[in-house]
Design a protein around this ligand. Sequence first.
Ligand code: FAD
Ligand code: DHB
Length: 388
Amino acid sequence: MKTQVAIIGAGPAGLLLGHLLRAEGVDCVILERQSRAYIEGRIRAGVLETITTDLLHRLGIDAGLNAHGMMEEGFNLADSGRMIRIPITELTGQHVVVYGQTEVTRDLIDAAPERGLEIVFEAADVALHDIDGPPYVTYEKDGVQHQVYADFIAGCDGFHGPSRQAIPHNAIQEHQIIYPWGWLGILAEAPRSFHELIYSRHDRGFALLSTRSPTVQRIYVQCDPHDAIEAWPDHRIWQEMQARFAFPGWTLSEGPIFQKGIVGMRSYVCDPMQYGRLFIAGDAAHIVPPTGAKGLNLAVADVLVLSRALDAWYKKKDRSGLDCYSANVLPRIWKCERFSWFMTTMLHQNPADSSFERHMRLAELDTVVGSCAAATALAEIYVGLPLD
Ligand code: FAD
Ligand code: DHB
């Protein structure tokens, strides 16, 4: 098979890049290791910045978003019984929308056939070749070996995918922190307990109250990343949640838990995010800890910039956007890395912290609470930094 851009990975980055390229008439194919059912069952992020919702509107893939997206004009930081509201709309004039990554992904997959976007699911042993020269990708499907010859490869295959690993080690610098905690995330059939998100710092560990719909709630608690899921029976989850969300005059609604998972946390940046004809985007190039919900939105920002660069190459033979792709996206990525690191370290309990470090975390929270300028700076990044 021959195409212009071979995209590896059908997560938000790969799917959106595919739709953006098809909208400009660029040929592409997406190679995805998992089945469609597996991808549509994967529960992940939930908070969308305006660049993400604007893009879904622009592509016209927004029926689900319009019907079920929940506009949030503020979020809350809780600490030992006090609740501090960050009024993001009052402070920035913008808002965020809660609409699950699972739903975004499903909408993008549903819209693919009518827009001529080919997705090959269950593509095994995807491998990149000649990323310096005219490149090609090989994979196996139903026992048959396939080759895709392309002008460019877009590596949108997440942190563990083969794309970043295809770049020679001496051509990149990697920057990383691995955090000593993880999140246990659940979906529960329960009414919304509070009308806005709550990020709670607590001596027992961090907890986050989010939502998916008026009847389904998304909740996270800080845990040991090596915990087995069996160590968290439902009654223990609710017990921890009730303790970490104990505010006067308010109760957390409980209900049947129908999905559970534990994720570890890291901060990671690969610099540069390109080599020869290969460009990497989203989690393939950088990871943020999820506190602050930047991961998905960063993936969207990358592919917006990459699609413009590819479009300029195909329409005007202008290579400047491709040459400068990493330089154009990395400064914004680093600001979001800093924000996610800051939110994470400020709000999580680290048993290894000295009493001095614990005081620093509390002072950080007090600074946000006590200063409109500090709260505005936080809100500006939460709603999403401008792309240009
Ligand atoms: P991904 O969504 O990871 O997509 C990569 C795709 O590539 C996948 O479909 C994968 O199957 C495919 N792939 C991998 N290897 C291969 C291969 N060899 N061949 C072909 N295809 C391959 N962010 C938040 O903001 N809030 C959250 O609560 C949150 N929770 C998360 C929970 C989990 C378990 C994970 C892993 C991430 C979470 N994130 C969260 C981060 C957010 O979901 C990611 O930043 C976002 O998914 C990035 O999109 P992406 O398209 O770059 O990568
Ligand atoms: C959600 C995830 C996040 O990481 C976050 O900061 C807020 C909400 C969510 O899944 O709803």
